[in-house]
Design a protein around this ligand. Structure first.
Ligand SMILES: [Zn+2]
Length: 68
């Protein structure tokens, strides 16, 4: 039974890591440039940079984007 504990801990860690890259909750997008309808956003949390045309901040994290 003692051998199960580290396996469970590793599984939880991996799950949290995978979920973190998919979520954007930690992202703090900042508008750094604006040109017409295009707005450039930068996220200091993951280092991502994204351009949107609808005026809204990006929904995806730059860290997750580089993975896929
Ligand atoms: Zn981010």
């Amino acid at each position: 039974m003692a051998i199960l504990l580290p396996i469970i801990l590793i599984a939880i860690y991996v799950t949290m890591y995978l979920m973190r890259s998919d979520k954007t909750a930690a992202c703090k997008w900042r508008q750094v440039a604006r040109e017409g309808d295009e707005r450039t956003w930068r996220c200091p949390v993951c280092g991502g940079e994204e351009v949107t045309t609808d005026g809204a901040e990006p929904r995806f994290c730059g860290a997750g984007k580089s993975k896929s």
